[in-house]
Design a protein around this ligand. Structure first.
Ligand SMILES: Nc1ncnc2c1ncn2[C@@H]1O[C@H](COP(=O)(O)OP(=O)(O)OP(=O)(O)O)[C@@H](O)[C@H]1O
Ligand SMILES: [Mg+2]
Length: 267
């Protein structure tokens, strides 16, 4: 176990790194401000970024930090989301038993949102992750939701989160009605060289790593190869840690990183 070899308190570079241990990026702070704006003004936001750049993680943080007394988050992450599932999942999350027919479930959701807003004084924030995979049919439904958003009783914040192709999808003529309604857009960039180094340090600090493990040159090679994509950095860093522990090497230099990339990722 490389964790024991390096004296870590847990497994670094994992997906469930606690929110308080996340790297604070400049772009992350800007995103946070924009997402808060969407929640506050009950508007419509589209948040994109390449695969593995940290969108779901940023949303996880945003949801945790939103004031639960004022907002009710309905988070959906279903790569095959159908309108029926959409109504079913949101109603379930709100504690309702969804009606069988889609049209009934739709009305039921509108009523449930009205209860939330009027009785509980909470703003609904609907987040649809993996939105680059939405079907035509689901996009039509989104258009409907955006229209009913105008009714005061069903006013909700809607945030679509997806990979870069979501931007392209929304540019299509057929989706003009949706894209014209977007109030906030944000595209999460990859990490810069300095951010990749800070990212690695942050994940190691989260497991109480004692001392230096990756040399600056090693982190430089990792950045080039991973192109600043956190998920790729996780994979390469973990492979390097395993190789180093196996070879009884406490310090990971650029040479070792190159060997690991060559043998495990480029083979
Ligand atoms: N700010 C951060 N601090 C620390 N780790 C992070 C941060 N952002 C992302 N990560 C790490 O990067 C990994 C990938 O992030 P995430 O799953 O959020 O990407 P994504 O953009 O949602 O990818 P996909 O497009 O495939 O859905 C996470 O598992 C997490 O380990
Ligand atoms: Mg994601």
């Amino acid at each position: 176990m490389f964790e024991a070899y390096f004296g870590f308190s847990g497994t670094p570079f994992s997906r469930d790194i606690p929110v308080k241990e996340l790297l604070d990026r400049e772009s992350g702070k800007e995103l946070h401000g924009r997402l808060n704006y969407v929640a506050r003004t009950r508007s419509f936001g589209v948040f994109t970024g390449d695969a593995g750049t940290g969108k779901t993680t940023a949303i996880r943080r945003f949801c945790q930090e939103l004031d639960g007394n004022c907002y009710r988050v309905l988070y959906l992450s279903d790569s095959a989301l159908t309108p029926r599932n959409f109504y079913w999942e949101t109603l379930h999350e709100l504690g309702y038993e969804p009606r069988f027919y889609r049209s009934d479930a739709k009305r039921q959701l509108q009523k449930a949102l009205a209860v939330l807003v009027d009785n509980e004084r909470k703003s609904p924030v609907v987040i649809v992750d993996e939105a680059h995979l939405l079907t035509r049919e689901m996009l039509e439904e989104i258009r409907f939701l955006l229209n009913v958003r105008m009714d005061s009783y069903s006013a909700l914040s809607l945030i679509l989160v997806g990979q870069t192709e979501l931007r392209e999808t929304l540019k299509l003529q057929a989706n003009k009605a949706i894209s014209q309604r977007v109030d906030m857009r944000f595209h999460l960039p990859a990490l810069s060289r300095e951010e990749t180094a800070a990212y690695i340090a942050k994940h190691l600090a989260a497991v109480k790593a004692p001392g230096e493990i990756f040399t600056p040159a090693a982190m430089g090679v990792m950045h080039e190869y991973c192109e600043g994509i956190p998920r790729k950095v996780n994979k390469v860093a973990t492979a390097c840690l395993m190789a180093a522990a196996g070879g009884n090497q406490k310090l990971i230099d650029d040479h070792l990183v190159r060997v690991v990339i060559e043998s495990e990722f480029e083979g």
